[in-house]
Design a protein around this ligand. Structure first.
Ligand code: SF4
Ligand code: SF4
Length: 398
């Protein structure tokens, strides 16, 4: 039987796995240098080393310590990239948040539950965006986020190489043409995209303490997978990165779940830069690329996107603090608007320091977060490549 603690968190022996992961930290503090919340606050408790210490205090020693620093974490995983000891911070944090969720105020838990059941539901989102489109004249301040219905056709399936393309919960309503554009680019590169429909990868409910609902979505996505596909992907790096973590999140080492995760890759992995046209000099731009945390620290695939953008002729300007999160982080900017806005401003300053003509990114959440600061276009890189492909090197549409 577990021993009750003053904190209300039952003291149980840590699982050997979490114990081992926690012991990997050698307390060097290197991770604080790239942790967004530490960089903003300068507070040891708001950095990875401080959070690991807090988790140990609460879970191992059963202390009644405030849990706010765990909630303020963006789960950006920048600390994992920086840590010389190879810390698996996200796994530790997920475990701690699940163990301590009952200690959070009921109002916070209720808000998270409502957000998970709205933002993470394609059906609810379809209804909400349908209403917003109808009432667009009454909400001009929202018009940037509410796209018109899509008009592009999905290419016919004609290649032996096929990938499953997940469309997510929010993106089909905010950028309804984007997945179609991705399918056209893949088709051009000899890969047919199979649409998986608007569906949740599970990330939103997971980050909102609805781990059970997140796991349910994960199982549904695994059920959709066909073993003859060469991959499974998405145009939102947040979804792709989350799908790659399914075996850990489900604690499921079955052959099918492992094979699913092994086939998950950023969409850039299926696009051969050599198949893309090079733009004439007058259409090339100086751009800043914001590599979302999920691409940079989760999938470790940002160099490939940068190579594609260079291959079509654009110049990528240097960006200060490239590892720093933009503050979007799924539902984070809604739950912690102060931290989210401060990080958004800092990121925008870093991205535009070299005066790029456009800012390019790879995830709908980052794109919307940066667009709120924008004095110049903020676009998804798929959009940029599609333009190069369909307008041709001379600038005229095919
Ligand atoms: S998490 Fe890694 S970088 Fe941070 S203090 Fe521990 S060992 Fe050092
Ligand atoms: S995941 Fe990001 S915000 Fe959280 S501790 Fe690590 S670096 Fe800091």
């Amino acid at each position: 039987m577990s021993n009750p603690s003053p904190s209300g968190t039952a003291r149980r022996p840590l699982s050997p796995r979490i114990d081992e992961l926690l012991r990997a930290c050698v307390h060097c503090g290197f991770c604080n240098a790239t942790c967004p919340t530490y960089q903003l606050s300068g507070d040891e408790r708001e950095g990875p080393r401080g959070r690991l210490h807090l988790i140990r205090e609460v879970l191992v020693e059963g202390r009644d310590a405030p849990l706010d620093p765990l909630e303020h974490c963006l789960t950006c995983r920048s600390c994992e990239t920086t840590c010389p000891a190879g810390i698996q911070y996200a796994e530790i944090l997920d475990h701690a948040r699940e163990q301590t969720n009952h200690r959070r105020p009921w109002a916070a838990r209720l808000t998270d539950r409502l957000l998970a059941r709205t933002l993470g539901s394609p059906t609810v989102m379809r209804t909400v965006f349908g209403i917003l489109r109808t009432t667009r004249p009454l909400t001009p301040h929202l018009s940037g986020a509410i796209a018109k219905s899509h008009h592009l056709a999905w290419p016919a399936v004609r290649h032996a190489r096929q990938v499953g393309l997940l469309q997510g919960c929010l993106q089909p309503h905010m950028m309804p043409d984007l997945d179609h554009k991705a399918a056209v680019i893949l088709d051009h590169c000899g890969v047919s995209a199979i649409p998986l429909g608007p569906a949740c990868c599970g990330a939103l409910p997971h980050h909102l303490h609805e781990a059970g609902k997140g796991r349910q979505s994960a199982r549904e996505r695994i059920d959709q997978w066909q073993p003859d596909w060469v991959g499974i992907t998405s145009t939102a790096t947040g979804c792709t990165s989350f799908m790659a973590q399914y075996p850990r999140l489900l604690d499921d080492g079955s052959a099918r779940t492992r094979a699913f995760a092994e086939h998950v890759a950023d969409i850039a992995a299926f696009i051969d830069p050599h198949n893309l046209p090079q733009l004439p000099p007058e259409r090339r731009m100086r751009i800043a690329f914001h590599a979302p945390c999920t691409l940079q620290h989760g999938l470790r695939g940002h160099r490939r996107v940068e190579a594609i953008l260079r291959a079509i002729g654009h110049t990528l300007v240097p960006v200060d603090e490239p590892a720093l999160c933009c503050g979007s982080a799924g539902p984070y900017s809604l739950r912690h608007p102060g931290w989210g806005r401060a990080l958004g401003r800092r990121k925008w300053h870093a991205l535009t320091g070299q005066k790029p003509e456009q800012v390019i990114t790879a995830n709908i959440g980052c794109l919307r977060q940066l667009a709120t600061q924008a004095d110049r276009p903020v676009r998804h890189w798929i959009d940029v490549v599609y333009d190069a492909l369909t307008t041709g090197p001379t600038g005229g549409h095919d």
